[in-house]
Design a protein around this ligand. Structure first.
Ligand code: CA
Length: 94
């Protein structure tokens, strides 16, 4: 597993834990702009929630400098998915 995957796995677990426990302090993204080579600086990230498929339930969206990815949990593991919305359903690209 490369560093980027480990980063997103750790980040996703933190977000999921924070959301599930309702602890807002865990759910904050630090504003560091310089990180180890091979990692995405958190200052480049934005997390939002939206109901893309209009089923009444929110999806977690990670925006990285204008590009959006869905932050999903698949088989208990965090997955960052490229996607597009084909009204009214979500089609995952990976
Ligand atoms: Ca939804």
């Amino acid at each position: 597993m490369d560093g980027l995957s480990k980063y997103f796995m750790g980040f996703g677990l933190g977000v999921a834990l924070g959301v599930s426990l309702g602890i807002s302090s865990i759910n904050k993204i630090p504003n560091n702009s310089v990180v180890q080579n091979g990692f995405i600086a958190p200052s480049r990230l934005e997390i939002t929630c939206t109901d893309l498929d209009r089923n009444g339930e929110l999806e977690t969206v990670m925006n990285i400098e204008g590009k959006s990815y869905l932050l999903r949990e698949v088989d208990g593991k965090p997955v960052l998915s490229d996607y597009f919305v084909e009204d009214p359903k979500i089609v995952y690209n990976n």
